[in-house]
Design a binder for this molecule. Structure first.
Ligand SMILES: Nc1ncnc2c1ncn2[C@@H]1O[C@H](COP(=O)(O)OP(=O)(O)OP(=O)(O)O)[C@@H](O)[C@H]1O
Length: 265
């Protein structure tokens, strides 16, 4: 399913947080949003999963205005992993994942065998089947994150919006989850902080700075020395990955006003 974001602007408490954001995610493509802290990535994603209403502009799913759909219609097409989604209630992990099936159920809300199978498959995909009967609040940060990703997968969306999906995950889980979402089929919009992970797992990167998209395109076309210096304040070095040959970025912090870059350990 294609996602077109057109001229999006967001105001909160009288302040414009996003201005004239336009981006396209082709069907089945993985689009990464990268940018410094506070640049507007979550605000943009919150508009896409309808936690915020834009002051201007539109989000189109295969041409349909997302904000004109009912909540149920929207949730059948699009699932989200918000940055902060701690459940206050003591549900089991299986019950949290089952919430992902609600948009597909009738008003009576009875789960079918297909719902149960989708939940079991999603938990297995994130290697969390053994956590099914655990209380969600008793899980570690990484275990919670995997269960919440399973909830989004169980929703069987055609668009997946992920705000920092690798939060709390160890490095093996980070690689596994990104490979999983890339191969899962839906169009993906994901905010990511690790530029090497983003470059390695996304078809397109959009760089957000100061509430605007300042660059977008294939990852290594976008992550130029000039952009990394200007937007992130770092000097980049590229080394080939010894196993794959893919370019890998190493960084020094650039001092705010001239001087010599600090080598980071
Ligand atoms: N409800 C709000 N009220 C006031 N300011 C807000 C609100 N939500 C976000 N902001 C501000 O909007 C800006 C963008 O925030 P946002 O969370 O979108 O950034 P981000 O790029 O996701 O950052 P991070 O990488 O730190 O998660 C920040 O300056 C933030 O403080």
């Amino acid at each position: 399913m294609r996602v077109d974001i057109e001229g999006l602007a967001v105001d909160i408490a009288g302040t414009r947080l996003l201005e004239d954001v336009t981006l396209r995610a082709g069907s089945g493509r993985v689009v990464g949003l990268v940018g410094p802290n506070g640049s507007g990535k979550s605000t943009l994603l919150r508009c896409v999963y309808r936690a915020l209403r834009p002051a201007a502009g539109r989000v189109l799913l295969d041409g349909d205005d997302l904000h004109a759909l009912t909540a149920r219609e929207g949730a059948r097409r699009l699932a989200a992993l918000p940055q902060e989604s701690a459940s206050e209630f003591d549900f089991t992990a299986a019950e949290v994942v089952a919430m992902g099936r609600l948009p597909h159920q009738s008003a009576a809300g009875r789960a079918s065998a297909a719902d149960a199978a989708a939940c079991a498959a999603a938990l297995a995909q994130v290697r969390a089947a053994h956590l099914a009967e655990r209380g969600f609040l008793t899980l570690s940060g990484g275990e919670k994150q995997r269960v919440l990703i399973a909830r989004a997968l169980a929703q069987q969306p055609r668009v997946l919006v992920l705000d920092e999906p690798t939060n709390h995950l160890d490095i093996a889980q980070q690689l596994e989850v990104l490979a999983l979402v890339r191969g899962a089929g839906p169009t993906v919009l994901a905010a990511l902080h690790d530029l090497n992970l983003a470059a390695g797992h996304c078809d397109v990167l959009c760089v957000v700075a100061g509430g605007r998209v300042v660059a977008s395109g294939p990852p290594h076309d976008v992550l130029t020395d000039e952009l990394l210096a200007e937007v992130f304040g770092v000097r980049a070095h590229r080394v080939p990955h010894p196993a794959t040959g893919a370019p890998h970025l190493l960084f020094d912090r650039l001092p705010p006003t001239g001087g010599t870059p600090d080598a980071q350990p």
